[in-house]
Design a protein around this ligand. Structure first.
Ligand code: ADP
Length: 448
């Protein structure tokens, strides 16, 4: 691109210089033509004077020359001998018989020529006319002024060329650098670096650059999201396999014991059977939660309708009542809330949060389900959570080791809650202090 710009610029410089030279040429041509015209009219007037004059040729030459200095007037005989000259010493002058203007004038009319003067060494314009059968009048006018003009113009063109060249080196190079810089910034942005296109760019390019930047950022964001989803999916599959494999291994182990242990007592056999049943329940829970997680992530398909959340919370409290009583936990529902949703989803959110609050709650403690406009909060005064565990709570299969829930939970309850909340554009927030209790909040963006 830089080379192309340079080519265009050199073309522009070339055209400018050619135009400047043409202008100078035209100017010189016009000035020479003007001088030529003036010389012709002086020649006509002077030849008329000469015919009438009785003056000697020397003073006549001086008089004619004084009409338009630095005009020089010369009288030349047919054979080329110079009879009089307004400027030069006659003894120094050569025979003029073969001078082009005299040769031309000899065949009639005005003879003209332009050449470097042999006496003065300056470019001079000559015009001659026959004024009598044996005598020629010749005028010569040095084009000194025009030559100076040409020199000044040539100098001007030179300066112009140097100026344009300087601009090319400075401005054009900077322009090209900015263009290249902008393209490099696009490249960096595509590579995922945090380049700012707008700052580096030209004003005219800004809307386009803004659009490119926006799209590239979105593209990078999408790629990051896809990579994240990919790695989440992989870890989900690994965890899910592990969660299903562990109870299966236990079931197989107990089944082998049963098939081999002919001498085992009936109590031992009953215990093995109970373990098998427990592991079966566990597998069923994991599978149900995996299915639920899949459903929770799907967009709302059933029609939403007003849900009286207090009533749903009461149903949940009823379902968890036995467990709460077993741990002597007081489960209370406070406030009212109405949302537009699928009731099953609200039930699932409340059940998972209240189930956790009871499971990880303090024996003899309390669990509150608070309802406010646009808000569901489930609080407990139980085990609480360490700050480093809070960001991990919504990762599938995450469980706090030694929190007392390993035996029971699947580690999918909170991810299900989060997915369901996102379905309704609600935000999930957790506040918790280790040993003091927790508060899980579902805040609906607008009251539904
Ligand atoms: P789980 O089925 O194991 O309960 P969840 O996804 O519902 O899975 O919870 C993940 C982990 O978060 C639990 O294993 C537990 O350690 C912690 N947790 C969840 N709720 C609470 C709570 N109310 N108090 C303390 N810890 C909690």
């Amino acid at each position: 691109m830089r080379r192309q710009l340079q080519r265009i610029y050199w073309m522009a410089i070339g055209i400018t210089v050619i135009m400047a030279l043409t202008a100078v040429g035209l100017l010189v041509y016009v000035r020479v033509q003007d001088t030529r015209e003036s010389m012709r009219s002086i020649l006509y007037t002077a030849s008329a004077w000469t015919e009438e004059s009785t003056e000697d040729l020397h003073s006549l030459a001086g008089r004619i020359a004084s009409a338009a200095p630095p005009l020089r007037v010369t009288f030349i005989l047919e054979q080329g001998l110079v009879l009089a000259d307004s400027q030069a010493d006659l003894s120094q002058m050569e025979n003029h018989m073969n001078r082009p203007e005299i040769v031309e004038a000899r065949s009639g009319g005005i003879g003209e020529d332009m050449r470097r003067s042999e006496t003065e060494g300056i470019l001079t314009l000559y015009a001659a006319v026959r004024i009598s059968p044996r005598l020629f009048l010749r005028l010569s006018y040095p084009l000194e002024e025009i030559m100076s003009l040409v020199k000044v113009c040539a100098l001007g063109v030179g300066v112009l060329f140097l100026g344009l060249y300087g601009i090319q080196r400075g401005m054009l190079a900077r322009f090209a650098r900015r263009m290249v810089g902008q393209m490099e910034a696009v490249g960096r942005l595509l590579d995922g670096e945090n380049a700012r296109l707008e700052e580096e760019g030209f004003e005219e390019f800004r809307p386009a650059m803004r659009a490119i930047e926006y799209r590239v950022r979105r593209l990078n964001e999408d790629v990051r999201q896809i990579q994240k989803t990919q790695s989440l999916r992989e870890s989900f599959v690994t965890n899910a396999s592990h969660e299903l494999k562990s109870p299966l291994t236990s079931i197989r182990g107990f089944a082998e014991l049963l098939s081999e242990g002919m001498d085992d007592s009936p109590e031992e056999r009953a215990m093995y059977l109970e373990c098998i049943l427990n592991e079966c329940d566990r597998m069923r829970d994991v599978i149900e939660d995996i299915l639920m997680l899949g459903r929770a992530g799907a967009p709302v398909q059933q029609t939403v309708q007003p849900v009286e959340v207090r009533r749903t919370a009461q149903e949940v409290a009823c379902a968890l009542g036995v467990r709460a009583r077993q741990r002597s936990i007081r489960l209370e529902i406070q406030g009212e809330l109405r949302v537009e949703a699928v009731e099953k989803d609200i039930w699932e959110i409340l059940y998972n949060l209240a189930d956790n609050a009871i499971r990880y709650g303090r024996e003899g403690g309390w669990v509150h389900i608070r309802l406010e406009p646009g808000l569901i909060a489930v609080e407990d005064n139980g085990a609480g959570l360490a700050p480093e565990h809070i960001p991990l709570l919504f990762e599938p299969f995450f469980r706090v080791e030694g929190a007392g829930g390993r035996g029971g939970g699947t580690g999918l309850g909170l991810p299900i809650v989060k997915k369901l909340a996102e379905k309704y554009r609600a935000q999930v927030k957790v506040e918790s202090r280790l040993g003091e209790g927790s508060r899980f909040e579902i805040r609906f963006v607008r009251e539904m």
